[in-house]
Design a protein around this ligand. Sequence first.
Ligand code: SF4
Ligand code: SF4
Length: 259
Amino acid sequence: MTIQFACTMCGQCCHNLRLPLSIDEATAWLARGGTVQVFCETIPWPEEPPAHNLQAQHKRRRSFASTSAALPVRVIATIVAAFDGPCPNLDADMRCRIYDVRPRVCRIYPAESNPFIELAPANKACPPEAWSPDKPVFAVHGKLVDAQIAQVIDASRAADASDALLKDRLCAMLHIDTAALANEGFVIHSPARDDALRALQALAVHADGAVLPPDATQWRIVSNQHATVETLQSIGASGAHTSEFPTVPFEYLGFNAAT
Ligand code: SF4
Ligand code: SF4
């Protein structure tokens, strides 16, 4: 299938967002006065998947190994800049004030950086006229025509992988040890801006390929489903129901109604 596209500068993709950021991007975002959140999800990982399981290998690359009580897990910690309404960097004329240094996710849009998600115009914020047949060819059979965007996607995936181990440290430094079960939701941590910036700047000194020993944080897996908590506990994990934490300093964003 051929997809044709040209940006109309409508600015819709710069509103009401949760922008995933790499460690270097999050550091710059905070230094400019913004705030970030850390979205945490956990995957039970009792054994290594085979090399041909490409989805599992993708998850492995962007996560770090840890434990939840007796259960080996992998944790995906995504640093996110969240805002309602316009991005703090968006001008009234819909131009980005940090265009030359905007995050990779902004450079990639509307393409997908996840290799397992197919580009679907219906899922994008771009208006119908952006996809009209008179526009340049953007992708053919899932392959992007624009080599520059393809390069940014590669860089984004590489940053995801190289940041994973550093995020183990970041979570420990910010006392983050609670995550949702993957595919059920996220636990959202909102560290104070100064704390987050200090922790990220401390990590930056290790960002040039230094191998850090894994942190010994024990992860607690929170769910809004009683059946999930029972299953987690039955396989030796530290599982807890969201109702046990009415005043804890994190949010639970569940994909399903609580049971
Ligand atoms: S950083 Fe720039 S391109 Fe990215 S969402 Fe904000 S205004 Fe849009
Ligand atoms: S939503 Fe699409 S068309 Fe509108 S500014 Fe963003 S990329 Fe361009």
